[in-house]
Design a protein. Structure first.
Length: 257
C-alpha cells in the first residue's frame, strides 16, 4: 500500500495532494483547492509570484514588438544577474500566462538547495519596480513537465489562460551571454579557491618538519597526492559543466526552432 501511494504521489491519481501544485508550483484554486498544497522545506527551485509586468502603453499607443522584446530582455538580464549572486543558476523562466495564479511568475532553479533558500530569505525583504516581492520554495523539479507542450508547437487552444506554463523567452544571444558569463565567473572562483587551498596547505607543510611525523607537518608526498587529487576533481567538474552546457544549448536550439 505504501509503495502504491508513493508511486501516485503528485499525479492525477493522487486524491490527497494537488497534482497541479506539485508540477507547476501554482494552482488556480489557490487556498480554496480541495487537495493539499505541500510546500517544500528544501528545494532547488524558487518562485517569485507575479513579478514580471509587461511593458505598458506609452503616449496612448501600445508598445511595438521590438519594444516589448527589448524591455523583457532588460528585465531578464536584471533578474538573472541578481539571482546569480546567491549561487549557480541552472534555469530561469518567466511565465507568459494571463491566469491570476501564473501571470508574471518567475521561476529560478539553482544548482544547490542552500542557494535557493538564501535567495528566498533575501528576496522576501526586497522590492522590485516599487512592488514588494513574494518568494517561496517551489516543488517544481522538471520544467518540461510544467510547460504546455501544445503551446510549444503553437496548438494550445486555451491561450494565456492555460493552466500549464507558457514561457516568455529572452533573445537567444542574451541567454547565451548570461550563461557564458556565469560559467566564466564560476571557473574564476574555483581557481581562486584552489589557489587559496594550495597556499594554506603549503603554509601548514612549512610549519612542521616534513618527515618527522610531527602534528604540525605532513610528508611532501602526501601533499602532492592531495594536490593531484584536487586537480583531478576540478577537471571532472569542468567536464561535467561543459556537458551540461552542451545539453542546455541543444535544448535551446530545439526550443527556438
Amino acid at each position: 500500500m505504501a509503495d502504491y501511494l508513493a508511486s501516485i504521489y503528485g499525479t492525477e491519481k493522487d486524491k490527497v495532494n494537488c497534482s497541479f501544485y506539485f508540477k507547476i508550483g501554482a494552482c488556480r484554486h489557490g487556498e480554496r483547492c480541495s487537495r493539499k498544497h505541500v510546500k517544500p522545506l528544501f528545494s532547488q527551485t524558487l518562485l517569485v509570484a507575479n513579478m514580471y509586468k509587461p511593458a505598458q502603453s506609452q503616449d496612448g499607443r501600445p508598445p511595438t514588438a521590438d519594444e516589448q522584446k527589448e524591455e523583457f530582455d532588460a528585465f531578464y538580464e536584471d533578474i538573472f544577474s541578481e539571482l546569480a549572486t546567491f549561487g549557480e543558476v541552472e534555469d530561469l523562466i518567466v511565465c507568459n500566462n494571463v491566469g491570476e495564479h501564473l501571470i508574471g511568475n518567475v521561476y529560478c532553479q539553482f544548482r544547490n538547495e542552500e542557494d535557493a533558500g538564501k535567495a528566498v530569505e533575501s528576496l522576501n525583504d526586497r522590492f522590485y519596480a516599487g512592488r514588494p516581492l513574494y518568494a517561496e520554495l517551489s516543488p517544481v523539479t522538471d520544467f518540461r513537465e510544467a510547460c504546455c507542450r501544445q503551446n510549444e508547437i503553437a496548438e494550445c487552444n486555451r491561450g494565456g489562460f492555460c493552466n500549464f506554463m507558457h514561457l516568455q523567452h529572452p533573445s537567444r544571444s542574451l541567454r547565451r551571454e548570461l550563461w557564458d558569463a556565469q560559467r566564466l565567473s564560476i571557473r574564476e572562483k574555483r581557481r581562486e579557491q584552489r589557489e587559496k587551498e594550495d597556499g594554506e596547505r603549503h603554509q601548514r607543510a612549512t610549519e612542521g618538519t616534513p618527515n618527522s611525523g610531527a602534528p604540525g607537518g605532513a610528508p611532501e608526498e602526501e601533499h602532492a597526492s592531495r594536490r593531484h587529487y584536487d586537480e583531478d576533481r576540478y577537471r571532472e567538474r569542468e567536464h561535467r559543466d561543459r556537458d551540461r552546457e552542451r545539453r542546455r544549448h541543444y535544448e535551446d536550439e530545439r526550443e527556438y526552432r
